[in-house]
Design a protein around this ligand. Structure first.
Ligand code: FAD
Ligand code: NA7
Length: 486
C-alpha cells in the first residue's frame, strides 16, 4: 500500500550520522529526503554538504596535523642523511589552507554525486518541525514548503560555543574558521583544553606559530589523568605555553589590528592581559536544537541535546536522533556513522541490532599522539576497587627516534586489567607515534574480551611501537622503574 507520507524517512542534517542513515535506508528500499544547511560563522565562514567531520573537523584537522608532523620530519630527514638545502624551512599557510580546502571541496562533490546516484533526495535548506511527521523549510527562492515522512531522524550535530564576554564573536574564531583562515594565525591564544583545543595548539606550533593554551580547570577532562598530564608535559617540552586556571574577560582590537585579551586567574584572582594575532575558542560545542522547533513535535531535550533511549528513539515514537546531537554519548564520527547505519537497518530491514556505545576507541592528534580504548585508570578503580585492578606500564623507545635523537620522555603505555583470573583488560592507553593506528586493532581485541594472558602470548611485530603492548611486564603495584634500560 502506498504510504500516506511523501517520504519514508526524512533526515535533518547531512553530516556523518545523517548521511550514513540516509544511504543505508535507500539501500533497503526507503524513499529518503536529507536536509543539510550550514549557518555561517560570525566571521562568515561556511561550507558544503558533509557536516563537521569532513568540512571543519576530523579531516582538515588530520591534514593540518600531518602538515605539522612533516615539518618535524624534514629536520629528522637531515639526521638520516638527506641533503635538505634550506634549513630555514617554513610552511606556506595560504598554500596549506588551499590544499586542505581543495580536498574538502572534492569530498563535498563526491558526496553530492553519491547522493544523486543512490537516489537520496538532498535539499540544501534548514529543516524545522511543523508537527511530528512534517518538516517545513524555506529554500533560496524564499517560498515556504512542507514535506511529510513516516520517520524523522535528527542528525544536526553541534557547533562551537563562544564565551559570553565582550569581543568574543567579533574578534575570536573557532575550529569552524581556522581550517580556511585566509591569514596566518601568528601568535594564537587557544582558549579551552579539551582535545580540539590541544590539537589546534599543537598543529599551530608544528607549523611555526606561537600558541598559548588557556586552561580553565584541567587538561583533557574526562580522559585518564596520568595520560592527560603526560600529554600536557609533552606539549610543554615542545614550548607550547599554558595559562593554568585562567579564564578570559574580554577581547579588544588594538589600533595595530592585534587582539588585546584581558583575563584573570581563578585561583589567585590576579588580572592580566596579553596581545595575540588570533584568539581561537575551543570551549566545547553546543547541540544545534534551537532552530528545529522541536516543541512542535514534542521532542524532549536536555540542555542543548536530544534525549534518546538505547535504540536512538526520542519520546516521540517516529522521531529518532543520532550523532553529536544526542545527549550523553561520545561526539565522534564513527559513533555517529554506526548509530545511523544500524538505525536505518532497524527501521527498514527488520534488524534488531543496536549500537554499542561502550569501549569506543579515540585518539588525540597531538605530535606524540594519545589513543585509548576502554576505561581510564580512575574509572577502573571506581568500578572495580583499587585492590581488584592491575596496571601494567612502561616507557619505550621507538627505534626510529634514535638517529634524530628525538625525545622519548613521553613515549609511554599502560594496560589496565582485572587482577584475578586471566586478567581481563579494561583499558589500554598509548602515547607515541601513530597512536590511532596502534589502538584500532586492540580495540577490536578488547571488545572480544582480551586478557593480559592473551596479550602476553601474542607475538609482537618487530620493530614497531605497537609491539610494546605485548612486552608489558612491570606492574604499577611493584613500584619498579618502568623506564627501559636501553
Ligand atoms: P555533523 O557532522 O555536525 O552534521 C550535522 C549537519 O547538519 C551539519 O552539516 C549541520 O550544518 C547540519 N544542520 C544543522 N541543523 C540543521 C537543520 N536544521 N537543517 C538541516 N541541516 C542542519 N571525530 C572523530 O571521530 N575523530 C576526529 O579526529 C575528530 N576530530 C574533530 C575535530 C574537530 C575540530 C571537531 C570540531 C570535531 C571533531 N570530531 C572528530 C567530531 C566529529 O566531527 C563529529 O562527532 C561528527 O561530525 C558528528 O556527526 P553528526 O552527524 O552528529 O553531525
Ligand atoms: P570539550 O572536550 O568539552 O572541552 C572544552 C574545554 O574548554 C575544556 O577544557 C573546558 O574546561 C573549557 N571551557 C569550557 N567553557 C569554558 C569557558 N567559558 N572559558 C574557558 N574555558 C572553558 O570540548 P572540545 O571542543 O575540545 O571537544 C568537543 C567535542 O568535539 C569532543 O568530544 C570531540 O569529540 C569533538 P573545563 O574542563 O570544563 O574546566
Amino acid at each position: 500500500a502506498k504510504s500516506k507520507y511523501d517520504f519514508d524517512l526524512i533526515v535533518l542534517g547531512g553530516g556523518s550520522g545523517g548521511l550514513a542513515c540516509a544511504k543505508e535506508a535507500v539501500d533497503h528500499g526507503a524513499r529518503v529526503l536529507c536536509f543539510d544547511y550550514v549557518k555561517p560563522t560570525p566571521v562568515g565562514t561556511k561550507w558544503g554538504v558533509g557536516g563537521t567531520c569532513v568540512n571543519v573537523g576530523c579531516i582538515p584537522k588530520k591534514l593540518m596535523h600531518q602538515a605539522s608532523l612533516l615539518g618535524e620530519a624534514v629536520h629528522e630527514a637531515v639526521a638520516y642523511g638527506w641533503n635538505v638545502n634550506d634549513q630555514n624551512i617554513k610552511p606556506d599557510w595560504q598554500k596549506l589552507v588551499k590544499s586542505v580546502q581543495n580536498h574538502i571541496k572534492s569530498v563535498n562533490w563526491v558526496t553530492r554525486v553519491d547522493l544523486r546516484d543512490r537516489k537520496v533526495e538532498y535539499v540544501n535548506s534548514k529543516g524545522a518541525f511543523f508537527d511530528d511527521h512534517t518538516i517545513e523549510f524555506v529554500p533560496k527562492c524564499g517560498k515556504r514548503y512542507i514535506v511529510t515522512s513516516e520517520y524523522i531522524v535528527v542528525a544536526v550535530g553541534g557547533r562551537p560555543r563562544y564565551p559570553d564576554i565582550p569581543g568574543a564573536k567579533e574578534f575570536g574564531i573557532t575550529s569552524d574558521d581556522i581550517f580556511s583562515y585566509d591569514k596566518e594565525p601568528g601568535r594564537t591564544l587557544v582558549v579551552g583544553a579539551g582535545y580540539v583545543g590541544l590539537e589546534c595548539a599543537c598543529f599551530l606550533k608544528g607549523l611555526g606559530y606561537d600558541p598559548t593554551v588557556m586552561v580553565r580547570s584541567i587538561v583533557l577532562r574526562g580522559f585518564d589523568r596520568q595520560m592527560s598530564n603526560l600529554l600536557a608535559a609533552m606539549m610543554l617540552e615542545r614550548d607550547i605555553n599554558f595559562l593554568h586556571t585562567c579564564i578570559p574577560d574580554s577581547v579588544e582590537r588594538q589600533t595595530d589590528g592585534r587582539l588585546l585579551v584581558k583575563y584573570h586567574n581563578t585561583t589567585t584572582q590576579a588580572e592580566s592581559s596579553d596581545v595575540f594575532d588570533t584568539v581561537l575558542w575551543a570551549i566545547g560545542r553546543k547541540g544545534l536544537i534551537e532552530d528545529l522547533n522541536l516543541q512542535a513535535a514534542g521532542v524532549k531535550t536536555q540542555n542543548d541535546k536530544i534525549v534518546v533511549d538505547a535504540s536512538e528513539a526520542t519520546n516521540v515514537p517516529n522521531i529518532f536522533a543520532v550523532g553529536d546531537i544526542i545527549h550523553g554519548r561520545p561526539e565522534l564520527t564513527p559513533v555517529a556513522i554506526l548509530a545511523g547505519r544500524l538505525l536505518a537497518r532497524r527501521l527498514f530491514a527488520g534488524s534488531e541490532e543496536r549500537m554499542d556505545y561502550s569501549d569506543v576507541a579515540t585518539t588525540v592528534f597531538t605530535p606524540l599522539e594519545y589513543a585509548c580504548v576502554g576505561m581510564s585508570e580512575e574509572q577502573a578503580i571506581e568500578t572495580h576497587g583499587v585492590d581488584n585492578i592491575e596496571v601494567l606500564h612502561g616507557y619505550y623507545k621507538p627505534t626510529e627516534f634514535f638517529i634524530p635523537q628525538k625525545s622519548v620522555r613521553y613515549c609511554y603505555l599502560k594496560a589496565v586489567a582485572e587482577i584475578n583470573g586471566d586478567q581481563k583488560i579494561l583499558g589500554l592507553h598509548y602515547m607515541g607515534p601513530v597512536a590511532g593506528e596502534v589502538i584500532q586493532g586492540f580495540a577490536a581485541a578488547l571488545k572480544s574480551g582480551l586478557t593480559l594472558k592473551t596479550l602476553r602470548n601474542t607475538v609482537g611485530i618487530h620493530p614497531t611501537t605497537a609491539e610494546e603492548f605485548t612486552r608489558l611486564t612491570i606492574t604499577k603495584r611493584s613500584g619498579r622503574d618502568p623506564t627501559p634500560a636501553s
